[in-house]
Design a protein around this ligand. Structure first.
Ligand code: ATP
Length: 399
């Protein structure tokens, strides 16, 4: 009798174990199938094939488990920031490699299908001032992106945060030039031209030496189409939006130029791109309008960041303001290209670093021929510009 009972118990335990194992296997298969389906839906197969055919591509397709481990299961403590499209987590990969893991909120069917193809284009972007896309995970409902980690916050935080640090004109000019160079690369040097679509100071990250790293490029690819989210998106970029885009709904490379013009204004004035305070005057709501108004009235000085108002480098500040004016032209065709903007900023940066670097060798010759003009090696840019003007005048009048 006792033996019979023991036999029945063992039988029951075996049956329950077998059933549980079968369920687990079933669940695991379901999960595997789901992962495979998501992977296919997001264009993972195309991406995988292309990656195999391209040698030396440094782009990885991560598994869900790898990213869960890297981010401590996407824990709250790992959150670096929240954007219009999703949440960014800090992750640590094997070998102690720090990464930023971006989990998007949603993606529509079309976006999901295109994802693999888009990733392929973005994975080939390689520029020292652009945040590197290291890989992605496609076996989840909404794809996850993995970027290099940039440790020093954003340009928005540097300008508008309450850190009390003084930001020199040289640092500002450096960041402006590097960001412009990155955008110019996206527009014309990358294998497929890429429009950034969301240029703003919070999308310019800074590394330990305050070198710029443009982030979120190709954001339009991931832009949600759902209306309620579109409002958040627009809210997030208020003050930067190209007025021509608002009329035509067509994003062009010149839309990036306009938005970059607003970033230049933030660097020049230290002011926010948009003032939501209902009490401020209409022309003071948007920084771009406020700036245009000040320029028209010949009052640039009044809206410059106090940190820049030390009387030095006035001409460089005026040149940056002139450049910003051109970027903010209402008609896109009248704006300079990003390449032109980057070149101009580079030449201003060189003038600041080495006041004697001349753009025109003839002028250099002329200056060297006039020893009285060479005052000292520590000449200020104000002196440089006045000498330059004098030289140009004397060349024109044939003196
Ligand atoms: N590669 C990165 N390294 C370090 N921090 C990052 C990185 N990428 C993003 N972050 C942080 O995460 C925050 C949110 O980034 P995200 O790109 O999602 O949002 P956003 O640019 O502020 O807004 P939106 O996505 O609407 O343009 C950033 O402000 C930044 O602080």
């Amino acid at each position: 009798m006792c033996m019979d009972n023991a036999g029945t118990t063992v039988g029951l335990v075996a049956l329950v174990t077998a059933l549980a194992s079968a369920c687990m296997i079933q669940e695991r298969r379901k999960l595997q199938k789901m992962k495979r389906d998501y992977f296919r839906q997001h264009g993972g197969l195309i991406l995988f094939d292309e990656m195999r055919s391209k040698q030396g591509i440094s782009f990885k397709i991560f598994t869900k488990e790898e990213l869960q481990e890297a981010t401590n299961r996407f824990s709250e403590q790992q959150v670096l920031g929240q954007g219009g499209y999703g949440t960014v987590y800090k992750g640590i990969l094997e070998g102690n490699v720090e990464v930023a893991v971006k989990r998007c909120n949603t993606a529509d069917e079309q976006q999901k299908k295109e994802f693999g193809k888009e990733m392929l284009i973005l994975s080939e972007v390689n520029h020292r001032n652009i945040v590197k896309l290291l890989g992605c995970c496609l076996e989840v409902e909404v794809p996850v992106l993995v970027y290099e980690f940039v440790p020093n916050g954003t340009l928005f935080q540097l300008i508008h945060g309450n850190h009390g640090l003084r930001i020199s004109l040289a640092t500002r000019l450096g960041i402006a030039h590097e960001s412009a160079d990155a955008l110019s690369y996206l527009h014309s040097s990358a294998s497929t031209p890429i429009l950034h679509g969301d240029v703003k100071s919070s999308n310019i990250l800074l590394d330990r030496d305050n070198k710029a790293k443009v982030a979120d490029f190709g954001a339009s690819i991931l832009a949600p189409i759902d209306k309620s989210q579109f409002i958040t998106l627009v809210h997030g970029t208020c003050g930067y939006l190209d007025p021509e885009y608002m009329q035509t709904n067509l994003l062009t490379d010149k839309s990036d130029v306009y938005s970059f013009g607003v970033v230049l204004l933030e660097l020049l004035t230290g002011k926010l791109p948009f003032n939501f305070n209902p009490d401020v005057l209409v022309h003071e709501k948007s920084l771009a309008m406020m700036f245009m108004y000040a320029m028209k009235e010949n009052k640039l000085e009044q809206i410059l960041d106090v940190e820049l108002k030390d009387g030095n480098n006035t001409e460089i500040l005026e040149e940056i303001a002139e450049l910003a004016m051109r970027c903010l032209e209402m008609c896109g065709d009248n704006r300079p290209s990003m390449k032109e903007v980057a070149e101009k900023l580079d030449s201003l940066r060189k003038v600041m670093q080495h006041p004697w670097v001349q753009r025109d060798p003839q002028e250099m010759e002329c200056l060297l021929a006039e020893p009285s003009s060479v005052v000292s090696s520590t000449i200020t840019s104000a002196e440089y510009f006045s000498i330059e003007k004098e030289v140009v005048n004397s060349l024109q009048s044939g003196r």
